[in-house]
Design a protein around this ligand. Structure first.
Ligand code: FAQ
Length: 334
């Protein structure tokens, strides 16, 4: 087990048991009515056990993605070209870690302890975003992450910030402010390489070719395969389907990429002007499921770094968690 040194209150445990006992149709109908009226559900409110379970799964996966997502870019802080790019990258990586903290806090309001979430990440039980299991080989990879993965994350998060669970929505609002800045710095770096020397442009094109499929995977499997979407959309946890989010992303960003003279590695990628939808080759979904199962190019490396950090940080967590250091209400430290 990893961690060792956290002290968590789990205020919702009793309530969770109650829900399992009393997940009755009347309560469910009243709950669904509140959601239909656009009310926010707050931690102390009654909720179906499945709503709680799904939210924990989704928010926890999101939190892990922010923490693991800092790693590919983090390794480039010392190598970013020039002082200003270094400063911006340091700030961005710090922000991503902060997003992880906000999201772990939001997930904790549902009754799962931070320690349990970290354990599930490190044991491989919990998932995190597919995109962070690929290597950042060159500065252009960092640029593609900063522009297009942040853009993809914003499409998802701006939509879901209008969802039904108060703590998650409030965390997403704050995250979106910061992600918008990340997107600007990513776009600026992207334009610089695209309009730079032929070597810079070729490096960017190569990175784009390698990242395109993982970015298409980012929004999740097609709607006909996505197992969770229907219920989560009914409960306004997800505010659009995976395919709709993917389409929104293509609509906003493919033109921005093409206007810089870059190409995308999909001969079928094209907007159907009649339907208004983008058409594309089906990305390799078998590969996607392998990557999220733990068999991507960098899964082991990413988790090894987190395990190292967890083990080497244990002594300081223990010191900080001593009751006498903070009084009775010791705070969890990541
Ligand atoms: N990666 O039924 P669905 C960021 C799994 S934050 C891994 O469609 P769902 C910031 C899914 O868990 C990035 N697994 O699933 C940043 C499920 O497996 P399960 C993260 C994925 O949950 C930028 C199975 O496939 N954002 O990037 C993925 O309804 C730059 C079936 O799929 C969020 O987490 C995937 N891409 O919809 C940081 C946002 N897609 O659990 C640093 C919140 C699907 O049944 C640098 N999450 N799976 O075993 C969501 O909105 C949803 O979870 C979706 C997937 C839309 C990602």
């Amino acid at each position: 087990m990893y961690g060792g040194g956290y002290i968590f209150e789990e205020p919702n445990r009793v309530q969770q048991r109650e829900e399992q006992l009393h997940d009755d149709p009347e309560k469910l109908a009243a709950f669904e009515m509140r959601i239909a009226k656009g009310e926010k559900i707050e931690p102390g409110d009654w909720m179906p056990a499945e709503y709680r379970r799904q939210l924990i799964r989704l928010i926890e996966q999101h939190a892990h993605s922010e923490i693991i997502g800092a790693l590919p870019e983090g390794t480039w802080i010392t190598r970013a070209p020039g002082f200003k790019r270094k400063l911006a990258l340091i700030a961005k990586v710090q922000d991503e870690i902060g997003h992880g903290q906000l999201l772990y806090n939001a997930a904790e309001t549902l009754g799962k302890s931070r320690e349990a979430m970290i354990n599930d990440l490190l044991s491989g039980k919990s998932k995190y975003s597919n995109v962070f299991n690929y290597p950042a080989e060159t500065w252009a990879d960092v640029t593609v992450i900063g522009f297009l993965i942040d853009a993809a994350a914003i499409v998802n998060q701006v939509a879901n910030a209008k969802g039904s669970y108060g703590p998650y929505c409030r965390a997403l609002d704050r995250i979106c402010y910061e992600e918008s800045f990340h997107l600007k710095q990513g776009h600026d770096a992207f334009i610089e390489l695209a309009t730079g020397t032929p070597g810079q442009k070729a490096m960017l094109q190569d990175a784009l070719n390698r990242w395109w499929q993982p970015i298409m995977h980012f929004f999740g499997p097609p709607d006909k395969v996505s197992g969770h979407s229907e219920k989560l959309m009914q409960w306004k946890v997800k505010m659009a389907s995976n395919d709709d989010m993917r389409n929104q992303f293509l609509e906003a960003y493919v033109p921005k990429i093409r206007e810089l003279g870059l190409t995308l590695p999909d001969p079928l990628l094209n907007k159907n002007e009649e339907t208004g939808r983008w058409e594309y080759s089906d990305p390799d979904w078998d590969l996607f499921f392998e990557v999220i199962k733990g068999n991507g190019p960098c899964n082991k490396e990413r988790l090894d770094v987190r395990k190292w950090a967890e083990e080497h940080g244990r002594w300081i967590r223990k010191a900080l968690m001593k009751e006498e250091a903070f009084g009775k209400k010791a705070m969890p430290v990541a």
